[in-house]
Write a protein that binds this ligand. Structure first.
Ligand code: ADP
Ligand code: MG
Length: 264
């Protein structure tokens, strides 16, 4: 199983939109995906049409419980979910004096039954606190969505610095799977400037696929449907399908030389 966090400490950068729709696009391709909603706002949970998870994830985290026990089915083909709820707000406080608190989630993700999921996607909250650091500690790679219609590139440096600290102290294998430009408006010069800056600074780390600004993507959560179901002919559906294609190509490229012990 490949474990990825979708992280950016900036709210509104497209984390949840990317997590849900990339998961659905991978599900469409026959991949088995587990989404773990780590945001107390539970937006991925609602979007995936699942009732709020109550205290379950909080309890599991704080009492070192079993994540597999709280995995739910979703109406989306191929996609399962560990649902969130506002109870997660208490995690940080509850684990304050716990030695090695950042490692708990890593162990729980690692203890998921083997062979059930191809991908685990962790949707992170908009901060660099314990929850996000735990997510970065639990995964092999990070997908970084960035909102391309505001000058959001500055915050990236801080995120990458946190990833580096996690690499130094907690999870040496972590890498950046890619930066995804979201909410791109091709008609504005501003969007192009941001894309140029991103590509200049981060080169091949930036996915070629752009997620365009598309009202259908903003509407879809209210209908609890991923974009491919809500409006399969929309730009949003096309873009997230293209992202899944590029993501899988990159996965294949990196898997061959690096992971001789993998199941595939
Ligand atoms: N490509 C897009 N086109 C239009 N609206 C978008 C797009 N991506 C995200 N949004 C909207 O932007 C807001 C923030 O997106 P979201 O994925 O929730 O960000 P985050 O999880 O990083 O806080 C939401 O209202 C969402 O509907
Ligand atoms: Mg979100």
């Amino acid at each position: 199983v490949r474990k990825l966090a979708v992280a950016n400490q900036k709210g509104g950068s497209g984390k949840t939109t990317t997590t849900v729709n990339l998961a659905a696009a991978l599900g469409e391709r026959g991949k088995r995906v587990l989404v773990v909603d780590l945001d107390p706002q539970a937006s991925a949970t609602q979007w995936l049409g699942v009732a709020d998870g109550g205290t379950a994830l909080f309890d599991a985290w704080v009492n070192n419980g079993n994540l597999a026990a709280i995995v739910c089915n979703t109406p989306v083909s191929g996609v399962h979910l560990v649902p969130s709820s506002q109870w997660l707000i208490g995690t940080e406080k509850a684990l304050l004096s716990e030695p090695g608190a950042e490692m708990i989630l890593r162990r729980q993700i690692a203890a998921l039954p083997p062979g059930v999921f191809d991908y685990v996607l962790l949707d992170c909250p908009p901060s660099l606190g314990l929850i996000t650091v735990s997510a970065l500690t639990a995964v092999e790679s990070v997908i970084v969505p960035i909102e391309a219609h505001v000058m959001a590139v500055g915050g990236l440096a801080q995120l990458l610095q946190t990833v580096q600290l996690v690499a130094d102290r907690l999870n040496p294998e972590i890498s950046i799977a890619g930066i995804v430009a979201c909410r791109v408006n091709r008609r504005t010069r501003h969007s192009w400037e941001i894309l140029d800056t991103l590509r200049e600074r981060f080169g091949a780390l930036v996915f070629d696929t752009l997620i365009r600004e598309n009202i259908r993507l903003a509407e879809a959560p209210s209908f609890a449907q991923p974009i491919m179901v809500y409006d399969p002919g929309s730009y949003g559906a096309a873009d997230y399908r293209a992202l899944a294609t590029e993501f899988l190509e990159r996965e294949n490229g990196r898997r061959l030389p690096q992971r001789p012990e993998g199941p595939q």
